[in-house]
Design a protein around this ligand. Sequence first.
Ligand SMILES: Cc1ncc(COP(=O)(O)O)c(C=O)c1O
Length: 298
Amino acid sequence: MTKAGWIWIDGNLVEWDNAKIHVMSHSLHYGDAVFEGIRFYKTEKGPAVFRIAEHIKRLFYSASVFSMKVPYTSEQIATAIKETIKKNKIEEGYIRPILFFGQKMGLSNIDLDVHLAIIAIPWGSYLGDKAVRVRTSSFIRIHPKTSDMDAKISGHYVNSILASVEAKKQGYDEALLLDYKGNVAEGPGENIFIVKEGVLYTPKTGSILPGITRDCIIKIASDKGLKVIEKDLKLEDIYNAEEAFFTGTAAEVTPIAEVDGNKIGKSENFPIIEMLKEEYMNAVRGKNKKYENWLEFV
Ligand SMILES: Cc1ncc(COP(=O)(O)O)c(C=O)c1O
């Protein structure tokens, strides 16, 4: 990760090393920050932020789970994101807006002051360019009655980190988490899709973060005449899939080569994934006019 450039914090752009928070910050101790992961891409018309409106909407939704009083409007956050990209002069990369609570000991965050930081970094492929080897995690995804799984809350990522590190220590590229019912939920930072007889399946919402990339893929696939079904999936459905892939802002569209030692599909070719990935990558880079409204030019 590049440790250079400018970070937007509470209304000011400051140099990387000066973007500091207090050690008594409530969110550092208790995990009640909320954040977004957004990509911006190089296009013919300069950098464009991908689906900024949906990301900011989800950020506000996540904040609402804690009744966080966000001291900015959506428009102000969008402007700050674009300012941060411009100041850093990065053509393509990743944006991390994070809302967090100020200083307090003890659990209640009611009426606590809220801070916003926005970080922009160049960031290439998250899971690499090859199809990934995946292992089912011994950790299950957080029970939907333990927290609000539609929200992107920092504390949720303890579960993701445990799963991800466990998989990596065992030589795999990524983990796959089941939900409390034993259904397939998602990756630590990705949603999952499979293809069977030309139909796309993805776990329904409840125990997953309903990804914005997931939404793009559902839209692109439907526009291409593919049927998409959101339903409970078992591990056997994944093992026996013709194609399987992860989606996410960071992971974009990443094919899955194997899960728990079971090779996915009969060949190394994944025609539906290739088609969806091409459409998606064309959309993010402004080469697909149909989805131009997903771009916000900086
Ligand atoms: C747990 C989890 N699931 C799914 C996703 C994919 O969401 P999106 O496509 O909005 O990036 C992410 C990434 O933000 C994630 O952290």
